[in-house]
Design a protein around this ligand. Sequence first.
Ligand code: HEC
Length: 167
Amino acid sequence: MEPAFNAAMAATEAKKSKLDAWAQEAARSGRPEAGAKHFAAGKGACLACHQVGAVGRALGPDLSRIGAIRTERELIESILFPSNTIARDYELHAVVTSDGRNHVGLIKSRGADGLVLMDAAGQLLTLPTTTVVSETQLETSLMPGGLDAAFTPAELADLVAWLRSLR
Ligand code: HEC
């Protein structure tokens, strides 16, 4: 257990120190057209949660203009370490209801009569205020880490170059 944990920690540290290098690589040699193809082909399952234009699912933030507000480094960091910084209004919440159930998801709306939660499968759940026992904001992102494993380093540079080109 411990050697595996230490190895995982060492791997995370190594990845962190590489963020700058990967961002530079994406800016220098990433090919946006190739990145668009990896995304469209479903590599890394990005489309399961993100929309670009008319394609994809609106679970995570719409990425149609993400390049206008995020640098290469921020994009790389979002993919490698989603929980480091969590996009506004996409924080994960755990809501316990009076029937003893624990619901985890994103809060889509909040009104006088309750809140609407979207779970990781994209299902909407309406929880009336009277049934909500507790509500906690979690520190982890709904976006899973390690999705970079679906790409070669060159493909990742292409993907980031493409995301950066979306303005
Ligand atoms: C299971 C759903 C899911 C998958 C799969 C997923 N994401 Fe995300 N992503 C999210 C959610 C939810 C957020 C918002 C919370 C956060 O910032 O971590 C997010 C945030 C992001 C952000 C930051 C957006 C911003 O406004 O700063 C980027 C960039 C991003 N994802 C890119 C990707 C890419 C590229 C892939 C595929 C390799 C991917 N995501 C796969 C759910 C997902």
